[in-house]
Design a binder for this molecule. Structure first.
Ligand code: KIV
Length: 287
């Protein structure tokens, strides 16, 4: 594949000061659309628990769900590097679990790297996954799998002590072999400091403009998700409204009989007429 983005590409981008654009995707068709835009990194995030499955948070997401969506995404053979998220409890209980589950995301799901949440205490886990030749993305700050530990979705690293801890976590993750770290929900000054103190890439979400790259959940930026959005989301479209409008028009047409018309219908008549469609001689319908 032409110019496939790899962990080396991301590291080079960091070195050259080239910004890294990342986005989530969970299905084949969206991935094909997204990959045409020059996006560098596609994350099959455990955010799928909320935006696809309708769970209240990311904690119920299973390995099977992540693998199912990873398969759909990687079937699109994107140029962007595909990162598979390690769901809650797929890496916390033991290093062995973590390596096996990271391996499943690569072997069964086709991911080119995996992401996991947490700082210094996950160094042995990250080292073991990297030893298995699987590139790892770290994730620090407002890590949603720690929702109950934090007592809610709260910006992290606001005081000097927790900021220092996050800086040393970032350095520990770099030393353990991560090639990038997602920084979520931290003050921009801290994100800037972390970005300047490590040689691996930082990908921000709610971490200000000074990270090496940014990531957003696609449903948020397209305006499809119907929950209130956090301040850090920039909505580039209001697709939710447009989908409602289009489906309402369809419902109206069906109810009042204006759809389907003859132009959408097949004829038993062998002679081609205005209502005939491009069927081949065997009756197959061109899509
Ligand atoms: O699950 C996810 O989509 C994520 C991003 C928000 C970074 O972890």
């Amino acid at each position: 594949m032409k110019n496939k983005v790899t962990k080396m590409t991301i590291l080079k981008m960091k070195k050259k000061g080239e910004k890294i654009a990342a986005i989530t995707s969970y299905d084949y068709l969206s991935t094909k659309l997204i990959d045409d835009t020059g996006i560098d990194c596609i994350l099959v995030g455990d955010s799928l628990g909320m935006v696809i499955m309708g769970y209240e948070n990311t904690l119920p997401v299973t390995m099977e769900e992540i693998i199912h969506h990873l398969k759909a995404v990687t079937r699109a053979r994107p140029r962007a590097i595909v990162v598979g998220d390690m769901p809650f409890m797929s890496y916390q209980a033991s290093v062995e679990d973590a390596v096996r589950n990271a391996g499943r995301l690569v072997k069964e799901g086709g991911a080119q790297s995996v992401k996991l949440e947490g700082g210094e205490r996950y160094v042995p886990v990250i080292e073991a996954i990297v030893q298995a030749s699987i590139p790892v993305v770290g994730h620090l700050g407002l890590t949603p799998q720690s929702l109950h530990e934090f007592g809610g979705y709260r910006v992290q690293g606001k005081d000097a002590e927790s900021a220092e801890r996050l800086i040393s976590d970032a350095k520990a993750l770099e030393k353990a072999g991560c090639f990038a770290i997602v920084l979520e929900g931290i003050p921009w000054q801290l994100a800037q400091k972390i970005t300047g103190s490590i040689e691996i890439a930082t990908i921000g979400i709610g971490a200000g403009p000074h990270c090496d790259g940014q990531v957003l959940v696609i449903q948020d930026m397209l305006g499809i998700y119907d929950e209130p959005l956090p301040k850090f989301v920039k909505m580039y479209e209001e697709l939710g409204e447009r989908i409602r409008g289009a489906v309402s028009a369809y419902v109206k047409d069906v109810k009042d009989g204006s759809f389907p018309g003859m132009e959408h219908s097949y004829s038993a008549d062998k002679k081609k007429g205005p209502s005939d469609d491009p069927e081949d001689e065997k009756g197959n319908i061109a899509r």
